[in-house]
Design a protein around this ligand. Structure first.
Ligand code: ASP
Ligand code: MG
Length: 404
């Protein structure tokens, strides 16, 4: 089999862990498989590098930031190669540019456009283990780019897709995808199988276990994906196309504290106002999530919406600068909020999921600020201080008896 094995930062944090990873790779190799290993930077290296940059310049150019951040992964690939060589195996490490991972030119959040497979295939044919630095590629200027936080997952899935690998394993420090973040919800349990669509929602709603883009890509190219622990032999979570939804209609809960809400108040009640406000934000690539419009006083209306907390300063600045020409009365924000979402493909055919969610929050006396629904998910916005209680109550309501 051809297997892509990706190891996250926590699985590579120190020399012992590196040795452990090398042993696991060696074992899979000795079973007769061809292996491509994709690595993240060790431990919190990427955060440390970001801090280092900010110490010198709080607002460095994105090109130079990518030049710096990509070094974390480069350390990992060299170290794992050395560990594998120590075990008597022949392997070769490559940076993203070296294996021809071509990306768009947006530094810091580049998208993979194409991958040259020749070099990797040649090495695999020579029975070498191929080690690739995750999270990075090269743009049309020949410059190094990075794929956004958590981007090593995307590298792994993309390689699995172009190499037509039989399996893509994502190794992490937990045993798989959980019904909720186990650090917050004590009774969270591992999910054995989940569909691409459900995983996509969980990832984009804040579950940090897989990068959203990697799931999009896995779905598009039908990559067999397994999320599992590098510390144990437990089976992990299989992410695949269709999962029978008989016994369960909710598969998981996502918690996102990186949200903020903005309220634009006293907007004239005439056509085009929503368009003007949101086109202002979209021009700056600010993603808007939940939107709520209400009729206020004097035939004016208020619009509230949520965005990622990182975009808050920019969004507020844009709105304030345009207050006069848009003609609204006031704009305020709240950054002490959290979003809790329940996700499940079975929701489309089961009624009452929303009321179960609201009942759980009511029993915990937690107030709901905004609600949004789609076919397979419901999200509510709450006070950030209520996050843990809300997550536990909601989880209890839906998962009191393990459904899978
Ligand atoms: N090292 C990068 C990060 O911390 C990429 C990754 O880990 O996937 O975001
Ligand atoms: Mg990750």
């Amino acid at each position: 089999m051809l297997i892509v094995q990706k190891f996250g930062g926590s699985s590579l944090a120190d020399a012992n862990k590196i040795t452990n990873v090398a042993k696991r790779v060696a074992e899979t190799y000795r079973q007769g498989n061809q292996i491509v290993v994709v690595l993240s930077a060790q431990g919190d290296t990427t955060d440390k590098l970001l801090e280092k940059a900010r110490e010198i310049n709080p607002n460095p150019s994105k090109r130079e930031l990518d030049m710096l951040l990509s070094t974390g992964e480069q350390q990992s690939i060299a170290l794992i190669s050395m560990a594998l060589q120590g075990l008597g195996l022949s392997c070769v490490s490559f940076t993203g540019p070296q294996v021809g991972i071509h990306t768009s030119s947006t530094y810091g959040s580049a998208r993979i456009r194409s991958i040259d497979t020749e070099r990797v295939n040649n090495e695999l044919e020579r029975n070498n283990i191929v080690i690739v630095a995750g999270f990075q590629g090269v743009n049309r200027f020949g410059d190094i780019t990075t794929l956004g936080r958590g981007g090593s997952d995307t590298t792994a899935v993309a390689l699995a897709a172009v190499l037509q690998a039989d399996l893509c394993e994502i190794y992490t420090d937990v045993e798989g995808v959980y019904t909720a973040d186990p650090r917050v919800v004590k009774n969270a349990h591992k999910i054995d199988v989940i569909s691409y669509d459900e995983m996509l929602d969980l990832a984009s709603l804040g579950a940090k276990v897989l990068a959203t883009r990697s799931v999009e890509m896995a779905k598009k190219y039908r990559v067999q994906l397994v999320v599992r622990s590098s510390m144990s032999n437990a089976e992990g979570t299989l992410v695949k196309e269709d999962v029978k939804v008989e016994s369960t209609y909710v598969s998981g809960l996502a918690i996102d504290k990186d949200v903020a809400s903005i309220s634009v108040m006293g907007i004239r009640n005439v056509p085009g106002m929503a368009y003007k406000i949101f086109s202002l934000l979209s021009k700056e690539k600010i993603l808007v999530d939940i939107i709520l419009q209400s009729i206020g006083r004097d035939k004016k209306k208020d619009i509230s919406f949520t965005i990622n907390i990182g975009d808050l300063p920019k969004a507020m600045e844009l709105l304030k600068n345009n207050q006069d020409n848009l003609g609204f009365e006031d704009v305020t924000y709240d950054d002490k909020i959290a979003k809790i979402s329940v996700v499940g493909a079975g929701m489309a055919t089961h009624s009452g999921v929303a009321s179960m969610l609201f009942e759980a929050l009511y029993s915990a006396r937690i107030n709901i600020m905004m609600i949004s629904t789609s076919e397979i998910k419901i999200s509510v916005l709450i006070d950030e201080r209520d996050t843990d209680a809300a997550a536990n109550y909601v989880h209890e309501k839906f998962f009191a008896v393990p459904a899978r």
